[in-house]
Ligand binder design. Structure first.
Ligand code: TPP
Length: 368
């Protein structure tokens, strides 16, 4: 086990205006970005901002009834998402729960294809049949998108077994929420991953809430990374609002798994800014909780830190924000302009047929 990894410095809401620079950020004890490439820092900010704008547009699309089914957003988790995905190669494999739009984008899938999946259009990642919770893209290494809490964990462990069996050099990352660590599959999978030394990093996003129940009320050990001890596995906690801290620890654990096969459990603490899903008004949260979540806003704080450190000025930040907004708007336009699946394809991606062993037909068609 290890201690909490953090590089955070309290965010400032002000900050001097400075010119955009390409030289490595000047080394100084007070500078949280010492030695970092300004381009990379701006790229992280760009990705985090794009995910923020994308999720805002997704919420809007839901209220306009353009998006059906369930819809869970990564609002407030952008630093964790970008930090984690930065640690993966394109060929590495990702499994997530249903809160996955940001992961899909940061893993390299076109935002338009992600939005089209939300809109149920044929140009979506799952041809419009999966929706928000079931994105899938083999080329990008995203093997779902799962709506059943914990459903992704045994599958991710199996994928790591397949990599090990073929002596591959890929690593699997398996993302889940804090509430998921009380599902039996979590414990079974961690046990087998440790026993067989499988290259899988289990990542728990601890936003301190399941749907509305706090971690303290549902988990006997609320510091979730400590659960790794029971499986003789390395466990670590990181401040999920700090994109660089997340990137650093995730990179270390991913590369360790690549070299030695060793699995690990990483807990990233975070705050979701809105309800569990877009239809949840989050009445179980107090004003104090909301204020705490807003104060931890990783996009807002990262922006302020970048300006204070001289990596960005106000104009540079605004330029990135405008591009992110334009990209999110373009994703919506692409989804809106894409076709709905033809009704004749209704059974094309299902196992079931109206009669066992019968050919697929539409519900209105006569069975006999
Ligand atoms: C097996 C199963 N049980 C219950 C549900 C209903 N459910 C959906 S999300 C959720 C809470 C999960 O919380 P957490 O793992 O912390 O993830 P978060 O939503 O916070 O990302 C529950 C109980 C489900 N989808 N699957």
């Amino acid at each position: 086990m290890a201690e909490t990894a953090t590089r955070s410095k309290p965010a400032s809401r002000g900050g001097a205006k400075t010119r955009r620079s390409t030289a490595p950020v000047r080394d100084s004890a007070a500078n949280p970005f010492a030695g970092e490439s300004p381009e990379l820092l701006r790229d992280y900010f760009q990705q985090m901002t794009l995910i923020r704008r994308f999720e805002e547009r997704a919420a809007q699309g839901y209220t306009q009834a353009k998006i059906g089914g369930y819809c869970h957003l990564n609002l407030g988790e952008e630093a964790t998402v970008v930090g984690l995905m930065t640690a993966l190669r394109k060929t590495d494999i990702l499994f997530t729960n249903y809160r996955e739009h940001g992961y899909a984008i940061a893993k390299g899938i076109e935002p338009g294809r992600v939005m089209a999946e939300l809109y149920g259009r044929t140009t979506g990642t799952s041809r419009g049949w999966g929706g928000s919770m079931h994105m899938f893209d083999v080329e990008a290494g995203l093997l779902g998108g799962y709506g059943i809490v914990g459903g992704q964990i045994p599958l991710a462990t199996g994928a790591a077994l397949a990599i090990d069996y073929r002596s591959g050099d890929q690593v699997v990352m398996c993302q889940m929420g804090d509430g998921t660590t009380n599902i039996g599959a979590f414990h079974e999978s961690l046990n087998i991953a440790a026993l067989w030394n499988l290259p899988v990093i289990f990542v728990v996003i601890n936003n301190y809430l399941g749907m509305g129940t706090t971690v303290e009320r549902s988990s006997a050990e609320s510091e979730l990374y400590k659960r790794a001890v029971a499986y003789n596995m390395h466990g670590e906690r990181v401040d999920g609002n700090d994109v660089l801290a997340v990137r650093d620890v995730a990179t270390r654990l991913v590369e360790r798994a690549r070299e030695t096969g060793a699995p690990a459990l990483l807990e990233a603490t975070s705050q979701r800014l809105k309800g569990h899903s877009v239809v949840d008004p989050a009445k179980y949260r107090s004003e104090e909780d909301n204020a705490k979540a807003r104060a931890a806003d990783p996009v807002f704080n990262f922006r302020a830190q970048l300006i204070e450190a001289g990596v960005l000025d106000e104009d540079g930040a605004a330029e990135i924000e405008q591009k992110a907004q334009a990209d999110a708007d373009a994703a919506v336009a692409f989804a809106d302009d894409s076709p709905h699946p033809d009704v004749s394809t209704l059974f094309d991606y299902t196992y079931a047929t109206p009669v066992a062993n019968d050919s697929r037909r539409l519900p209105a068609d006569p069975v006999f």
